[in-house]
Design a protein around this ligand. Structure first.
Ligand code: UT7
Length: 336
């Protein structure tokens, strides 16, 4: 049976840096609150009015990942695109990447699992590779959050957290005895509306009345709603559960881990999980300070930076875990 390894990683973030001080000019917030509660110092936003999309960011990240793998777009035989901020309601970003990169007429699929999107996509790629269906799968996580955040005081608990960015990996088939060892994916739809964007959707209809009547849709439905405390509490429970499950399935222990790359939701969540697992600082990679929470892009951006910083070498045991809207959560454990 084939194993799946990551042969290339890449990322891209927009150049525009938005600091906590910049946000304090738009809404009632301050650097101290944001840093204390989230660890975030700054994030990246696309230029205002530039109409740059998550596909645009994802394509650059994908090119960087292809370069890193020493492959071309012609070598890719499947595309998985994880995003909660697609260019269009439909079709998905996957086909736009297929067009932009000039790939063959390969399959392209979008994954809608928000903060867990990359872990869901990577796990899906792993199964496709192991089934023998594909040899090189392009997996992208990319987001443009800044176009749809409520920058008034009302939206401050959400808007200070999220940032724009993209990361990508190439998952390839190998006969080598290494690669993805275990994955797990979970959901608990009971809490679907605790972190959500409710419009557009068929629940609200999509008729002329909705478009005409400014009172039929509220701010809470257009902008992301998040019950922050609730999300936090579930995240710090589900992260360790999922990590232990993956380690167990692979016959490994926490002590065997060389690097843990948590979804960059909130530095306080990552630190909480780190303490629970008793992991030393050098075994946990965080970069939320610079980018905020980029949902589906956060793990591949962190992976790309960790690899560039020389923190991952062949044979290392690397754990990636995410939790987010849905609720959804899961892990991917790799013998690199
Ligand atoms: O990626 C997965 C998805 N998201 C997450 O994982 C996020 C999980 N949750 C969190 O990270 C935290 O809940 C937040 C960082 C979002 C909020 O932190 P918190 O400690 O749960 O704060 P809170 O919502 O309980 O609010 C505390 C206070 C409130 O004021 P009062 O009612 O005590 O007077 C808020 O109105 O902080 C206020 N507040 C703010 N103040 C300044 C909320 N947002 C802000 C803000 N600046 N941006």
């Amino acid at each position: 049976m084939m194993n799946s390894i990551i042969t290339g990683v890449g990322h891209y973030v927009p150049e525009r840096v938005v600091t906590n001080f910049d946000l304090a000019e738009l809404m009632d917030t301050n650097d101290e609150w944001i840093q204390e509660r989230t660890g975030i110092v700054e994030r990246r936003h696309i230029e205002t009015g530039s109409k740059i999309t998550s596909t645009d960011l994802g394509v650059i990240a994908a090119k960087n990942a292809l370069n890193d793998a020493g492959l071309t777009a012609q070598d890719i035989d499947f595309i998985l695109f994880a995003t909660l901020s697609p260019d269009y309601y439909f079709p998905g970003n996957g086909v736009l990447v297929q067009r932009e990169l000039g790939c063959k007429n390969i399959g392209a699929m979008d994954i809608r699992n928000q903060c867990s999107g990359f872990v869901y996509a990577l796990s899906t790629a792993d199964k496709f590779i192991k089934s023998g269906a594909y040899k090189n799968i392009l997996v992208i996580g990319a987001e443009v959050h800044s176009f749809g955040l409520d920058m008034s005081d009302e939206g401050r608990n959400v808007s200070v957290i999220f940032g724009d960015g993209a990361g990508a990996v190439i998952v390839s088939a190998t006969e080598e005895n290494r690669g993805i060892l275990a994955t797990n994916l979970h959901s608990e739809g009971e809490y679907a509306e605790e972190l959500a964007v409710l419009f557009p959707g068929t629940k609200h209809g999509w008729s002329d009345e909705v478009l005409k009547d400014e009172h039929s849709i509220t701010k809470n439905e257009i902008y992301p709603f998040m019950n922050g405390n609730h999300v936090f509490k579930h995240a710090v429970t589900r992260f360790p559960e999922s990590i232990k499950e993956a380690l167990n399935d692979a016959g490994k222990t926490v002590e065997d881990l060389d690097l843990f790359i948590p979804h960059q939701a909130n530095l306080r969540i990552s630190q909480f999980v780190q303490r629970q697992l008793n992991l030393p600082d050098e075994k946990v990679f965080n970069n939320i300070q610079k980018y905020g929470n980029t949902t589906a892009a956060s793990i591949p951006i962190a992976l790309s930076e960790a690899k560039a910083a020389g923190k991952i070498k062949q044979g290392d045991l690397v754990m990636m875990t995410a939790f987010g809207a849905g609720f959804t959560w899961g892990s991917v454990l790799i013998n690199w």
